[in-house]
Design a protein around this ligand. Structure first.
Ligand code: XIL
Length: 441
């Protein structure tokens, strides 16, 4: 028993001695060459970026001192950043503590505190998109402050999220209310932005007095003509384009939705509404707008039948494909199909209501994961790439349906958490925003 213990102690001593002599010979074979680079950040003239470029030092402790004899800052992976209190001449020292020897290197740096343009700063979407307008929705009560700052930077086209719909602009018979619409149009015009008017006729924003209209069909049609004429005339020269009719096709059957407009004005109510708009402003661009036009080929065909009829009468300028989509579908081929149909008809293509659900299957419960954010980024890139490749004559605008994730209509609509937009709730750009820019490269 005693013999075994002695033997074991001897073996361990040999192993231990072996290890330490190996370490010493490794250090002797691979000498440390200390070296670093230090530069002032272009975005902040008080910040330095220090990058350890030493060789043979891996595994040894290294630390920085950004002032002479100053506080020691451990060297982590990647460059270190240090913020000075004020301008001056400073000494930056890197120290590496190898077992046999301590190495140091010192460099002087001048800090003048003047920040240049930040090379990391992202380009504004509207500047990166040189061949089409980049649109954003607004609400009249969110026109100032940070919304204004962010929207003015990235976007050059404005759409009203809900206040340029009939239930808001024409709430009761004979009484128009253009307060919110005026505020939105003035906001955009004073900033030199385009305004896309949305939407004159939509079954989902029809005021109840219109749904329950008490007069004759002829009186109904005269009322609709007055509404369209009054509205389009009011914004003549300020609104560049209107969605005249929104979502007229019924899901499933692909027939015309049996709206009060169809019931009282007939199957050609769409052409009548386009004609009223055109009479009021012959120069304004007129769009038919609908959803699920990518993957639902039956609906797409029904839409193009309506559009062809309008085109044969010289009444339509473009197609709005809403683009409420998800990170995992529709496919690029499906998206391309509605583009091709629009371009081949010589019409303008509007990707009118882009948002990309990150959580369509409700498998994320609390937060947008990094991996899903990357997938969403890729989808934004794909959509923008497809849009950007459209022949110039058919390019018009790509409108994003909401600024911050927490403001998206989808949260109420689907009732589950989602993060479908370009900005998070703190107004920070997301990976999705990078994806948008990548689609323009
Ligand atoms: C939505 C708005 O985002 C909501 O704020 C409003 O309550 C309802 O309408 N298709 C359209 C848009 O054409 O007008 C809808 O906007 C979203 C679906």
């Amino acid at each position: 028993m005693k013999k075994t213990k002695i033997y074991l102690a001897f073996v361990l001593a040999v192993i231990f001695a072996g290890c330490s002599s190996d370490d010493n010979s490794a250090a002797a074979e691979k000498p440390v060459v200390i070296n670093f680079e230090v530069s002032v950040s272009a975005g902040n003239g008080l910040r330095v970026i220090a990058d350890n470029k030493s060789t043979g030092a891996s595994g040894f402790e290294a630390y920085w001192q950004f002032t002479e004899g100053g506080e020691k800052v451990l060297d982590g992976p990647g460059p270190e950043y240090y913020l000075y209190d004020g301008p001056g001449e400073y000494q930056v020292t890197l120290t590496i503590e190898a077992p046999a020897k301590t190495y140091t290197d010192t460099k002087n740096i001048t800090i003048d505190g003047e920040a240049g343009p930040d090379p990391q700063a992202k380009k504004a979407l509207k500047e990166a998109a040189t061949t089409f307008s980049v649109g954003m929705i607004v609400q009249a009560n969110r026109l100032g402050g940070k919304h204004d700052e962010v929207i003015s930077k990235d976007f050059n086209s404005i759409t009203s999220e809900y206040e340029m719909k009939m239930n808001i602009m024409y709430p009761s018979e004979g009484n128009y209310n253009f307060d919110a619409a005026d505020a939105i149009v003035d906001f955009a015009v004073s900033r030199g932005m385009d305004v896309h008017g949305h939407a004159l006729i939509w079954h989902n924003a029809t005021p109840s007095w219109v749904e329950n209209f008490s007069g004759t069909d002829a009186e109904f049609e005269a009322m609709v003509e007055d509404y369209i004429t009054t509205t389009v005339t009011r914004y003549k020269g300020k609104v560049r384009s209107w969605d005249v009719v929104n979502e007229a096709i019924e899901d499933g059957s692909n027939n015309l939705r049996n709206s009060v407009f169809k019931q009282k004005m007939g199957d050609d109510f769409i052409a009548k509404c386009f004609q009223f708009a055109k009479n009021a402003d012959p120069d304004v661009l007129l769009f038919y707008n609908d959803y699920n036009l990518t993957f639902d080929s039956g609906k797409q065909n029904a839409m193009f039948a309506i559009v062809d009829d309008l085109k044969s009468q010289g009444l339509i300028d473009g197609v709005g494909a809403q683009m409420h989509i998800s990170y995992n579908g529709p496919s690029s081929t499906q998206i391309q199909s509605v583009v091709d149909g629009t371009v081949s008809r010589d019409l303008l293509m509007h990707f009118s209501e882009l948002d990309i659900r990150a959580n369509p299957d409700n498998d994320l419960t609390t937060a947008l994961t990094d991996s899903r954010a990357i997938e969403q980024q890729a989808k934004y890139k794909e959509v923008v790439e497809i849009y950007n490749a459209i022949p110039q004559d058919s390019k018009f605008a790509l409108t994003v349906w909401g600024l911050r994730d927490n403001e998206s209509w989808l949260l109420d609509f689907w009732g589950n958490p989602d993060w479908p937009l370009l900005y998070d709730s703190a107004f920070n750009t997301k990976k999705a925003h990078d994806g948008f820019l990548e689609g323009l490269e």
